[in-house]
Design a binder for this molecule. Structure first.
Ligand SMILES: [Zn+2]
Ligand SMILES: [Zn+2]
Length: 286
C-alpha cells in the first residue's frame, strides 16, 4: 500500500518500496530511503536516494531534514512522483514528510501532522523526533545551528549521552555526587517547599525543579525534577522507568523514565522525573 500525501508525494514502508509493480502503478520515479540500511537490489529505471537514519532517541533528525526536503522539492517541482519510505513508514519517513508539508505549505507542526495522519492513519514519529519537529518549526523550517532552539537540542542530546553512558557504567550516582560537591557554594534562594499530600512530609523544594515546569511557569498538571533526589535512589535501582513514591508513606507521586516522556502538555522531557501536582502541596516562602 502506498499513500499519496500531496500531489507527487507518497509515503510508505519498505515492503512497498520493494514492490516493483506498486512503484510502476503509481509512476514513482524517485525512491527516498531514510533507514538504517540502503534499499538495495532494485536497479531499473527508478532512482534511489539513500539518507541514513536510525529510529531512536539519539538520532539528529533536524540535521537531515533540509537535505530530505530538497530532494522532495526538486522532484515535486518537476512533477515527478516520489516515494519516501523507512522500515515501517510510521516514524522516520513520516517525520520527513511532516517537515516537508510544514515547510511547503507554511503550516504549523500540528496542522501538518494532522494532514499527514488524515492520509496515513498510523503515522507516529517517536517522541524524540516529535520534539525535533517542534525545534524545526521554531527555527522557521530551516536548520539554524546558531539558534537557541538548536543549542538546547544539542544540550539534550549531550545529557542523554552522558546519562546512558553513566547508567551503563553503573556510576551515575558518583558523578552526581561530584557535581553537587562543586555546586555547594551556590547562593541559597527563596524557595517554594513541596510536601506529600498524604503524609505531609517535606519532599523537595523549587530548586530541585526544572524551570520550564516550575510553579506558575506553565499550565500543566505535572512538575519535573531536574534529577532524582537522594531518597528516590534506592527505589529506582537500575531501572529505566518506574514509579516515584513518597519515601515515608509510599503514596504515589509520579513516574520516572530515563529515556524521557512526552508530557500531557506536549513538551518532550528527557530524562523525566515527573511528579503530579495533585499529589503534593506547595507553600511559598515567608
Ligand atoms: Zn507521603
Ligand atoms: Zn507539561
Amino acid at each position: 500500500m502506498m499513500y499519496e500525501i500531496e500531489p507527487h508525494l507518497y509515503l510508505s514502508n519498505i515492503t512497498a518500496a520493494k514492490n516493483q509493480q506498486l512503484l510502476q502503478q503509481n509512476i514513482i520515479s524517485i525512491v527516498l530511503t531514510v533507514d538504517a540500511q540502503p534499499l538495495g537490489g532494485s536497479g531499473g529505471e527508478i532512482e534511489n536516494i539513500y539518507i541514513e537514519m536510525n529510529d531512536d532517541l539519539k538520532t539528529n533528525l533536524v540535521e537531515k531534514l533540509p537535505q530530505c526536503i530538497d530532494v522532495i522539492e526538486d522532484c515535486v517541482m518537476e512533477k515527478r512522483n516520489i516515494l519516501v519510505h523507512c522500515h515501517a513508514g510510521v516514524s522516520r519517513s513520516a517525520s520527513v514528510v511532516i517537515a516537508y508539508v510544514m515547510k511547503s505549505r507554511g503550516l504549523s507542526l500540528r496542522h501538518a501532522s494532522d494532514h499527514v495522519k488524515s492520509r496515513k492513519q498510523d503515522v507516529m514519529p517517536n517522541p524524540c523526533f516529535m520534539y525535533q519537529l517542534q525545534v524545526f518549526e521554531k527555527m522557521g523550517c530551516k536548520l539554524e545551528k546558531e539558534s537557541t532552539f538548536y543549542k538546547e537540542l544539542m544540550v539534550k542530546f549531550d545529557q542523554q549521552e552522558k546519562i546512558s553512558q553513566a547508567i551503563n557504567a553503573g556510576d551515575y550516582w558518583s558523578i552526581k555526587e561530584q557535581e553537587s560537591a562543586s555546586n555547594n557554594n551556590k547562593e541559597i534562594k527563596k524557595r517554594i517547599t513541596y510536601k506529600c499530600r498524604s503524609c505531609r512530609i517535606l519532599l523537595f523544594t523549587s530548586e530541585a525543579l526544572s524551570e520550564d515546569h516550575a510553579e506558575n511557569a506553565k499550565e500543566c498538571t505535572s512538575l519535573y525534577l531536574l534529577e532524582p533526589l537522594d531518597w528516590m535512589k534506592k527505589a529506582m535501582n537500575a531501572d529505566i522507568q518506574g514509579k516515584i513514591n513518597c519515601f515515608k508513606c509510599s503514596g504515589k507521586l509520579g513516574m520516572f523514565n530515563w529515556s524521557g516522556r512526552t508530557c500531557s502538555c506536549g513538551m518532550w522531557i528527557t530524562p523525566s522525573f515527573q511528579v503530579q501536582k495533585s499529589r503534593v502541596d506547595h507553600s511559598f516562602p515567608k
